[in-house]
Design a protein around this ligand. Structure first.
Ligand SMILES: C[S@@+](CC[C@H](N)C(=O)[O-])C[C@H]1O[C@@H](n2cnc3c(N)ncnc32)[C@H](O)[C@@H]1O
Length: 309
């Protein structure tokens, strides 16, 4: 079973943002999203229970992607799509305001150390994004075994002014039936469930909406020594940074391996510098598509500026 050949695995970089979910699912239905679905038990059981919903799952683990697809395939489900992408970014960029009925996160890692805090996606920006993308009276549900974390998230959500508290309980019973829940309950830990309901809309800035064409820059000539010297160079932009990790050359084409970081959203992609009849074409390499964020667009322009002669 080839992961990418399956209907339910989507590559969001290939679509303009926000994504047209009715078109992707080929039907109009209410949307529900799970971030960090792990083995996929919860998302798959929801999709089986509620065939009237379209479910979207986001994960950063390729192993989780493979595992859930086996389950979706085994149950012949048509109402789930999954993508390998940071869930916080996806929630903000892929959905129109007021378009999601339910968002779920089960046992997200709380990243308790101060030095790791930026890895925690359930933060203030996430709460604001929920305030934008959830429909009126739409709900967000967090289930976790970590008490300080759920209390902190409750405060963050309520501080936005967008939500009413619907449920905040402690439990020693199965709520979502996932691997992490089974693990913590078997160790005698309690779990906590927090559900909030949206009452007010909030606006958040989207980084990729609007103009989504990438700069393809044509130069009559380049300084090839400057291209070689790019390796290891860091460039700064008001929104973040990008670094050219390596420079490869083969038959009239340079390929730059780039890593960008914008507010902790990291992307790895290639910029190609290709010889053509009139000179050199500098563009984002289509084989490793990146989201067209401000820093990604800037990186193509900046490379062109630096290598031009
Ligand atoms: C502790 S596991 C819980 C898995 C599952 N929900 C469960 O209850 O068994 C957390 C999951 O979140 C995923 N994850 C972590 N950060 C993420 C992010 N920014 N976006 C999407 N998934 C993420 C991890 O890959 C991992 O599978």
């Amino acid at each position: 079973m080839l992961v990418e050949s399956l209907l339910y695995f989507i590559k969001p970089q290939q679509y303009s943002t926000p994504l047209d979910w009715d078109r992707i699912f080929q039907r109009q239905a209410k949307l529900a999203v799970e971030i960090g679905f792990g083995n996929g038990e919860f998302l798959v059981s929801l999709a089986r229970e509620k065939p009237e919903y379209n479910f979207v799952g986001f994960e950063t683990s390729i192993t989780s992607l493979v595992k859930i697809q086996r389950k979706i395939y085994d149950h012949s489900l048509k109402n789930i799509r999954v993508a390998l992408v940071d869930g916080q970014f996806a929630l903000r960029e892929f959905f129109k305001d007021g378009s999601i009925e339910r968002v779920y996160t089960n046992f997200p890692c709380p990243w308790p150390k101060k030095s790791h805090q930026e890895k925690r996606f359930t933060n203030r920006d996430f709460a604001k994004t929920l305030g934008a993308v959830l429909s009126y009276e739409g709900t967000y549900q967090l289930v976790t075994d970590v008490e300080w974390y759920v209390r902190n998230m409750k405060d963050i959500l309520l501080e936005t002014g967008c939500f009413d508290l619907l449920q905040f309980d402690e439990s020693s019973k199965t709520i979502v039936g996932t691997r992490y829940e089974r693990r913590w309950l078997s160790e005698g830990r309690k779990t906590y469930i927090l559900i909030v309901k949206k009452k007010n809309q909030i606006n958040v800035e989207r980084w990729t909406w609007g103009e989504d064409s990438m700069p393809n820059i044509h130069l009559n000539s380049i300084d090839e020594q400057k291209v070689s010297r790019l390796s290891g160079t860091i460039f700064r932009h008001p929104r973040g940074v990008f670094v050219v990790r390596n420079v490869y050359f083969r038959e009239g084409e340079y390929l730059l391996r780039v890593v960008s970081n914008e507010e902790n959203f990291q992307q790895r992609y290639f910029i190609s510098i290709e010889k053509d009849k009139e000179g050199w074409l500098i563009k984002l390499d289509p084989d490793a598509p990146a989201y067209r964020t401000p820093v990604v667009k800037f990186s193509v322009k900046k490379v062109a500026e630096v290598v031009s002669s």
